[in-house]
Design a protein around this ligand. Structure first.
Ligand code: DX5
Ligand code: ZN
Length: 229
């Protein structure tokens, strides 16, 4: 299983987004952009114009994590703005199948996110519709929160459901991912790791990405029954 590290721009200097993105361009896989509307989560960040602007200057593909109340209305526009993946929250979407298909029609990969209190089993039937499943490892809204170990059984369950489904669905974790916690996520079956503070809070963000990747790969190799290594 290939382990991917996606730095979260939420922890970067918002006045220097392109420069911050360039810091990790050689070592990271994608960039994670947290779009918050002040309604679905109690925080307000960036929207379409900033995503479109960063798309012009960033070398890595952009992943937009929509923490907004009306993803059905806005998600395809993020794909049109240049996002390579657009993730909507299960708790916010009114018509997830239609919206996931609209994201793909607009040219992006489609992701579905689950809050810590949202079970994964009710969404198993949606796996054929998605390219990425995001299991939140903090309550969404803010960077720098402590990792919630209580979510790990759901990461394991999600990996089982993806294996049973048989398609290629990336399993992403987001929130409190650090060199200390990333191994537990990888061992549970995650393969895409969002890290904000652990990357941009580090003295050397590019090296921090490499350290996170090494820790994830070491834990992934020890996964029981993972013949792919
Ligand atoms: C939280 C966001 C995360 C956040 C993670 O709602 O979805 O992407 O940036 O930040 P850290 O890695 O600092 O927990
Ligand atoms: Zn996020």
């Amino acid at each position: 299983m290939t382990m991917q590290i996606w730095p979260s721009m939420l922890a970067a200097d918002f006045a220097r987004l392109a420069d911050e993105a360039a810091l990790v361009a050689e070592t990271a896989d994608w960039l994670h952009i947290d779009v918050m509307d002040g309604h679905f989560v109690p925080n307000l960040t960036i929207g379409l114009p900033v995503v479109a602007a960063l798309h012009k200057h960033a070398a890595l593909p952009l992943d937009c994590h929509l923490m907004i109340s009306d993803p059905d209305r806005w998600a395809p526009d993020y794909a049109a703005a240049g996002a390579r993946n657009v993730t909507i929250h299960a708790e916010a979407a009114s018509a997830p199948v239609r919206t996931l298909r609209a994201i793909k029609s607009a040219g992006a990969r489609a992701g579905l996110a689950l809050n810590p209190g949202t079970a994964v089993d009710p969404y198993a039937d949606l796996l054929p519709e998605i390219d990425l499943l995001l299991v939140m490892t903090v309550e969404p809204g803010f960077g720098g929160q402590p990792f919630l170990d209580l979510v790990l059984p759901k990461v394991r369950r999600a990996r089982e459901l993806i294996a049973r489904h048989g398609g290629e669905v990336w399993l992403q974790v987001d929130g409190g991912v650090t060199e200390d916690t990333i191994g537990r996520c990888a061992e549970a079956g995650a393969d895409v790791f969002v890290a904000g503070t652990a990357v941009f809070g580090a003295a050397e963000p590019a090296a921090a990405v490499e350290h996170l990747r090494a820790a994830a790969e070491a834990a992934g190799r020890s996964r029981i029954g993972d013949s792919a290594g």
